[in-house]
Design a protein around this ligand. Structure first.
Ligand code: NAI
Length: 422
């Protein structure tokens, strides 16, 4: 038996015989997934095949047939066809932040949760922002470029310490709040604005509105997601509200700032410097040419979307996604899945666990409950969550009937995938 649809899988429920030998679970990792993940899967005794590159579609269609877990980064396109070809596929791990490369709806419909690593590079972005606040305040980019070109321009005019200055953070989420903590360590006063009510860390002060934070800050740093509300959120009117001689930093998303308005403000001197890591349009490949209205502006640090690009972040991504996948294989937990109802139950050593993904249609729960009660199965614990398309159920049962329950659920016409764990 294989751990695919209506079959068994391995578990970490103690030393009893397992429902499916761990060493038969095949993990296929593409695109040079970090070694930290490879080691975690190997420690679980799964079979790991780790390839350095992505695979051409026709090779992938063949190779995926034997895989229970597929790990990718941003280059591999996971279409509905690929998912269908993965007849044993339990889950897909995106060892990156974005998940656009996966047909998430198709994966959902086939009972395949997709995991990613949204927060593993938070610290890396926060550190880059701290570095840039100081670099802008000291005009480091310009001085460095001059010395490289053989110009010795030793000046102190327009250069400042950041201690005692005010930093305004727009979007006080994972990254924004980290930036605030680090900036306070430098002796900055920190304000923030968020559309949600947030617990202020340290001595950070919440601001009523975006105009409020813009008017009061010496440095404004943006850490919002790309939404309709944040689209071109910082345009000419907002920049005009900023203090004369203040600085703007954007390492969030390229659509948040109107770059033409920023270029104009840098040119006029209203904004004394800017650090930009993200752009409305970014090259897909390192080899592509890049043009921006900000190129050549004074005291302007331009970086190619590298805010989260560090060795530590890569390792953390490897660990974060591998942890989610291992928890899903061993316990059926879908917490953090981007396309799937989130369900997590602590392991219950005295039971067998049945996992069932089913189409979310009227009457499905009645049929599931009837199948369970017809077998006189005693449910120890049960958790169900649904989305528009599917439902996902974890059920812990007495050991003697669990196999029959699994088989009965797997036979329901509404069932998509059913597994048993012990
Ligand atoms: P998060 O979701 O933890 O925080 C975003 C915060 O923005 C939330 O608190 C949210 O309530 C707030 N927000 C949403 N709309 C807002 C609005 N209109 N006004 C004020 N606040 C608003 O996200 P996280 O992880 O902190 O990431 C922030 C941004 O950084 C995202 O856009 C992400 O794509 C980007 N990012 C950039 C990287 C880079 O390499 N430059 C790497 C990682 C993330």
């Amino acid at each position: 038996m294989t751990p695919s649809s209506s079959s068994s899988s391995s578990s970490s429920f103690g030393d009893r015989p397992t429902s499916y030998p761990k060493e038969k679970i095949k993990i296929l990792l593409l695109e040079n997934v970090h070694q930290a993940a490879v080691e975690m899967f190997s420690r679980e005794h799964f079979q790991v095949e780790a390839l350095k590159k992505s695979l051409p579609q026709e090779v992938l269609l063949e190779k995926i047939q034997g895989a229970h877990i597929l790990g990718i980064r941003s280059k591999t396109q996971i279409t509905a066809d690929v998912l269908r070809a993965g007849r044993q596929l339990l889950s897909v791990g995106c060892f990156c932040i974005g998940t656009n490369q996966v047909d998430l709806l198709a994966a959902n419909g086939q009972g395949i949760p997709v995991f990613n690593a949204p927060f593993s590079n938070t610290r890396s972005v926060a550190e880059l922002i701290l570095c840039e606040i100081i670099a802008l305040s000291r005009q480091l980019g310009d001085r460095s470029r001059e010395v490289h070109a053989g110009t010795w321009k030793k000046v102190s005019a327009g250069c400042y310490e950041v201690r005692g200055k005010t930093l305004g953070i727009v979007g006080y989420g994972h990254i924004g709040s980290q930036v605030g903590v680090l900036a306070e360590g430098l002796g900055m006063h920190v304000l923030f604005h968020d559309i949600q009510s947030k617990l202020a860390l340290g001595n950070c002060q919440p601001c009523e509105s975006l105009p409020d934070v813009l008017q009061r800050s010496d440095f404004v740093t943006l850490h919002v997601p790309a939404t309709a509300q944040t689209h071109r959120m910082i345009g000419p009117e907002q920049i005009a509200l900023m203090k004369k001689g203040s600085f703007l930093l954007n390492a969030s998303r390229g659509t948040v700032v109107v770059l033409e308005a920023l270029a104009e403000a840098l040119h006029s001197g209203h904004v004394a410097g800017a650090a930009v890591d993200v752009y409305p349009e970014e090259p897909a490949e390192n080899s592509e040419d890049f043009r921006s209205v900000l190129q050549g502006q004074r005291n302007t640090l331009l970086t190619p979307h590298v805010g989260g690009s560090t060795a530590e972040a890569q390792a953390a991504i490897g660990r974060e996604v591998a942890t989610s996948l291992i928890k899903f294989i061993n316990q059926g937990a879908t917490t953090g899945a981007v396309n799937f109802p989130e369900v997590e139950l602590p392991p219950n050593p005295k039971t067998h666990r049945v996992l069932n993904a089913h189409r979310n249609v009227p009457g499905v729960l009645r049929d599931i409950n009837r199948a369970v009660s017809d077998l006189n199965a005693n449910i120890r614990s049960q958790l169900l969550s649904t989305d528009n398309q599917i439902g996902y159920l974890i059920m812990d049962l007495d050991q003697d009937v669990s196999g029959k329950v699994k088989d009965a659920l797997a036979q329901l016409p509404t069932s998509i995938k059913t597994r048993i764990l012990y």
